[in-house]
Write a protein that binds this ligand. Sequence first.
Ligand SMILES: C[S@@+](CC[C@H](N)C(=O)[O-])C[C@H]1O[C@@H](n2cnc3c(N)ncnc32)[C@H](O)[C@@H]1O
Length: 221
Amino acid sequence: MTTLSSAPVAPLLARLFAEADANPPAASPAFAGITGEDHRRLMRSKTEYRDFYAALADFALPVSREVGGLLYMLSRAIRATSIVEFGTSFGLSTLHLAAALRDNGGGRLITSEFEPAKLLRARDNLTRAGLADLVEFREGDALETLATDLPETIDLVLLDGAKALYSDILDRLEDRLRPGTILIADNADHCPEYLERVGNIANGYMSMPFSDEVELSIRLG
Ligand SMILES: C[S@@+](CC[C@H](N)C(=O)[O-])C[C@H]1O[C@@H](n2cnc3c(N)ncnc32)[C@H](O)[C@@H]1O
């Protein structure tokens, strides 16, 4: 048995995913009257992301169950002990990553979120899972909170905050990546700047769309 597949983590995740399914963001008044084109623009904006996510503060917006499993698998496969996450929300992805750290023998997961109420829920979820000791929660805009006090080496990065900022966040983390560091970027199609960067081997990355949800990349030596 693994930490991910046993209590308290497995039933907690089942409940949190079911709650997220029952409360999709499309139900938000914030989305009433928003066209597909508006949504696309907001997802790609480097100036409107604060208001956009504030309007979505009651929604979990989690990675899919499959991507959650992928996060656990990859973290286990490379025996990650040092993980950075951009975009905590209610902590569903964080639970997968922290479960992998536990099963890898321990480590440190830095996660970043600017909605205080979301961080409270994430902390509560990680505490209920018995995994809070592995997680450092950083409150505020990740452009600032991930700019300092990083681990010497980062084994795995999850990018799942404002899509337009993926390359800017990578700027802050890049000198801590090692050959073989894995980067998983959710819905990266909304950040062409990031895809061009990791898609060019001359920049020190190899990358591919792993599914229609995530771009999977590694740092080269
Ligand atoms: C898609 S959700 C993250 C879902 C989470 N990874 C999960 O799977 O449960 C994106 C989150 O990133 C947060 N966020 C977006 N841009 C941010 C920024 N610049 N700094 C900190 N948090 C940010 C939003 O408030 C939102 O909660």
